[in-house]
Design a binder for this molecule. Structure first.
Ligand SMILES: [Zn+2]
Length: 458
């Protein structure tokens, strides 16, 4: 070996040693995600809210003739604004004709405004809100207090500023569109920044889009929907600026529940000053939001809701800028940024069912062990196993295993514990957890009980 070759070998060894040393001290947090989180601007959020308020109303049936007032002016402004952020964003109107029906009081052209930022793969992650507004006689307060038996909607061109409902979700979505598209980060997933329309008429904008996505077999891994996320002061005087509620539909190991757990785990790692409060129901009592439209077409979707609501300012001309808190909205935007970036950089969740849809978990080899198998996820360099007692909502234990596709926990009863597995890449980005769901028992007429596979989380 020449001296030069030996020197190069030494250098190579040092380089490997350096890599190992760095890997050992590597943080759980990706500095690029930290930068995205830190980039959220209260000032920009406030400016968007005030601009949205200036349209007077954004009612789905309001005028499209004015350049300054009504839904036509509002949607064009959102479109132009998102287009101006970066050439990485493909901005379009996602347009539908809706005939007069129910709360749709005339034939109308409904346009969601969507900005797509393509990733290395076509699987999608949505960040969303709804830009339409509504005013009801007496507002949501009257509805909650039972003062009105039937809802009377105000004239569509009357004032409905909707700064919180849902200017807040739209401002969050637009701010993240700007941050992500100018970050220079290459994401694995395709990010979609979606401003829905006609939410107030039965989630129609979201439903039509979700229906189309399901029909076209578009893979949507997660929908993060923020609706009324700008206020920290409850109408009853209670103030909480340090938490956000996240609603998800069951059952307990549905894909949406797993997404909710991910929001809490990664949102609070990147934004520890903000508590994510998970709610094991699809939404607030007898109220709804666009994430439910995605659930109805089989997609994982969760709804973010402010910590305390002021019902007097919802669906009411009093839903104005002075009723929201840009610093609080910014915290909610940071949680969304952390979760969306972490998900979009991570590999896809492992497939944990066989071709028949049965979970690949058994008691081998002793008959009393937990033996978990999964299919490799592209881009993964390790897997993390999670488990908890079968009566409880949160993961209690986790263990990183190497780049393998099965693992055995000796003398561990799969009957008493729920197991899941996530894919982890070399930089520590963790996927959603795929959960081994027990087959459902179905009684048959001859008195025997048969089991059928549950639809898996993925
Ligand atoms: Zn809303």
């Amino acid at each position: 070996m020449t001296i030069t070759a030996r020197a190069m070998l030494v250098l190579a060894c040092l380089a490997i040693a350096g890599t190992v040393a760095r890997a050992q001290v590597q943080s759980d947090l990706d500095p690029r995600i930290v930068q995205l989180v830190n980039g959220v601007s209260e000032e920009r959020l406030a400016a968007i809210l005030q601009k949205l308020e200036s349209f007077g109303t954004r009612n789905t049936m309001s005028t499209t003739d004015s350049p300054t007032r009504g839904i036509g002016a509002a949607r064009q402004w959102i479109f132009d604004e998102m287009k101006s952020f970066s050439p990485r964003l493909q901005v379009s109107f996602d347009t539908y004709r809706i005939a007069k029906q129910g709360r749709i009081t005339r034939d109308v052209e409904a346009r969601n405004v969507m900005a797509v930022m393509p990733g290395r793969s076509t699987r999608r992650i949505y960040i969303s809100g709804h830009y339409d507004t509504v005013a009801i006689s007496g507002g949501q307060n009257a509805r909650n207090a039972g003062e009105t038996q039937t809802t009377t909607f105000a004239d569509p061109d009357s004032t409905a500023p909707g700064v919180n409902d849902d200017g807040s979700g739209v401002a969050l979505t637009m701010e993240l569109a700007r941050l992500f598209s100018t970050s220079g980060v290459d994401f694995d997933a395709t990010l979609v920044f979606m401003c829905h329309v006609a939410e107030e008429q039965g989630l129609m904008g979201a439903k039509l889009h979700a229906q189309k996505a399901a029909k076209e077999h578009i893979v949507i891994d997660a929908v993060l929907n923020s609706d009324i996320v700008g206020g920290e002061r409850g109408g009853n005087g209670v103030i909480d600026g340090a938490s956000i509620r996240v609603y998800s539909e069951g059952p307990e190991d549905s894909a949406s529940r797993e997404l909710a757990r991910y929001v809490q785990r990664w949102g609070m790692r990147y934004v520890p000053s903000h508590r994510v409060r998970l709610m094991s129901r699809s939404d607030r009592f007898a109220r709804g939001g666009d994430h439910t439209a995605y659930n109805q077409y089989g997609f994982a979707a969760v709804g973010f809701r402010e910590s305390r609501e002021n019902f007097a300012r919802q669906h009411d001309p009093r839903d104005t800028f002075d009723g929201v808190s840009p610093p609080y909205l910014a915290q909610n935007a940071r949680v969304n940024a952390a979760v969306a970036a972490a998900l979009a950089l991570a590999p896809r969740a492992p497939v944990i069912v066989n071709e028949k849809g049965q979970p690949t978990i058994n008691r081998a080899p002793s008959g009393y062990d937990a033996h978990l198998q999964w299919q490799p996820s592209p881009g993964a360099s390790a897997y993390r196993i999670f488990w908890r007692e079968a009566w409880g909502p949160d993961w209690q234990h986790e263990m990183l295993v190497g780049n393998v596709t099965d693992t055995t926990l000796p003398n561990t009863l799969i009957d008493d514990l729920v197991f899941g597995v996530a894919a982890v890449d070399g930089a520590g980005h963790e996927s959603l957890v795929s959960v081994y769901i027990a087959p459902r028992s179905t009684a048959v007429t001859d008195g025997e009980v048969k089991t059928v596979p549950q639809p898996a989380a993925r």
